[in-house]
Design a protein around this ligand. Structure first.
Ligand code: 1HN
Length: 351
């Protein structure tokens, strides 16, 4: 018998005398060895997260129906959660650390001000005229804009336009809830204060430099307009024809670090007809199609994501994305758990 075979079959709970097991239970004690392989499987972690696709064409009528069924006063946030069946729908998780929801705000509605410990971002899916005020900064919402509502900052949503507005919420709620650190506080309507990060930090590499005092905001840029991200991707693709992955990271312009502490956010452009293999890395990923159509192969599964569709991939799994157009670029918004994995020291890239 080889050394590393010696311990592969461990004792089961049933192997222990009933009286002994009962005595352990009485004292809040549990034997480790019957569960050791489950919590520490060989080579690859157990993952509940399943590759899952949410079609916008299918969910949109149900979200609009929610607008008729439930007034905003009865919902506070009118959201259909994109729940991963691998975790159980009631857990409202897309992955271990990521929550996804599609939120509807109708013209004239107001989603009142509150703040909470989980970090959120909004990726605007459709409609014009809505805004989110975050920490006093009023952020207009247009398709593809990314708006941060980092931990602890007051935020409220309003809508002065004429058509329904929908956005994708991405939160680190499952992780913060698991940590028993998730709570919210209700607040008053915010007073809008002057100053817009998307103007102050409009050009990469140029940051405002006060002479007397450094900016004191932990999150100086709250709105990342899609027009700027799209133009940057096209410029990067044109400048670097050899570049395999035309990708941008949403960063904090003062520190250069990820925009938020736990989840990472990226904009990816696939050139016409391009196929891109993303290596198997430890964090789970979410893909949201902003423009075009992309086929996504995740392990044995594959989906076609159309504009406004969303899908997720478990960690430790390679994904291949292919732009299905031969003459137009495709644009994909990506969220992942990389900042969390890197900070915790468990990040792996297995190629
Ligand atoms: C939240 O505060 C919002 O402010 C959206 O729009 C979704 C999901 C869970 C917990 C808080 C929002 C949320 C949320």
């Amino acid at each position: 018998m080889q050394d590393n075979d010696r311990f592969t079959t461990l004792g089961r709970l049933e192997d222990l005398p009933q009286a002994y097991r009962e005595e352990l239970t009485q004292l809040n004690l549990v034997p480790l060895w019957p569960s050791l392989r489950a919590v520490l499987p060989p080579h690859v972690p157990a993952r509940r997260t399943q590759a899952t696709h949410w079609s916008y064409r299918k969910l949109r009528p149900l979200l609009l129906q929610a607008g008729e069924l439930t007034p905003i006063e009865k919902a506070e946030r009118r959201v259909l959660v994109l729940a991963n069946p691998g975790h159980g729908l009631e857990k409202m998780q897309a992955s271990a650390a990521m929550y996804l929801g599609m939120q509807l705000l109708l013209p004239g509605e107001w989603a009142p001000s509150h703040r909470h410990t989980p970090n959120a971002v909004r990726m605007v899916v459709e409609g014009e005229g809505a805004w989110t005020t975050v920490g006093g900064e009023k952020c207009p919402m247009s398709r593809g804009d990314l708006i941060l509502t980092p931990t602890g900052l007051w935020h409220e949503h309003g809508h002065d336009g004429k058509e329904p507005v929908v956005w994708l919420d991405v939160l680190d709620l499952p992780l913060v809830y698991y940590m028993e650190a998730s709570y919210h506080v209700d607040g008053e309507r915010q007073t809008v204060v002057p100053g817009r990060g998307d103007r102050a930090y409009a050009r990469g590499g140029l940051v405002p430099t006060p002479v007397f005092a450094r900016g004191d905001k932990a999150y100086p840029m709250l709105r990342y307009p899609w027009a700027d991200a799209r133009a940057s991707l096209l410029a990067l693709a044109a400048d670097r024809p050899e570049l395999e992955a035309v990708q941008l990271t949403y960063t904090n312009p003062e520190t250069g670090a990820d925009a938020q502490n736990i989840l990472g956010f990226y904009a990816l452009m696939l050139r016409p007809g391009q196929s891109l293999r993303l290596p198997a890395r430890s964090p789970a990923m979410v893909f949201h199609q902003i423009e075009g159509r992309t086929s996504v192969a995740i392990g044995e599964q594959s989906f076609t994501i159309e504009a406004a569709d969303t899908c997720c991939a478990p960690g430790y799994t390679a994904a291949t994305l292919k732009n299905l157009s031969a003459d137009q670029p495709a644009f994909v918004f990506i969220a992942d758990e990389s900042p969390l994995h890197r900070k915790l020291g468990v990040f792996e890239n297995r190629g």
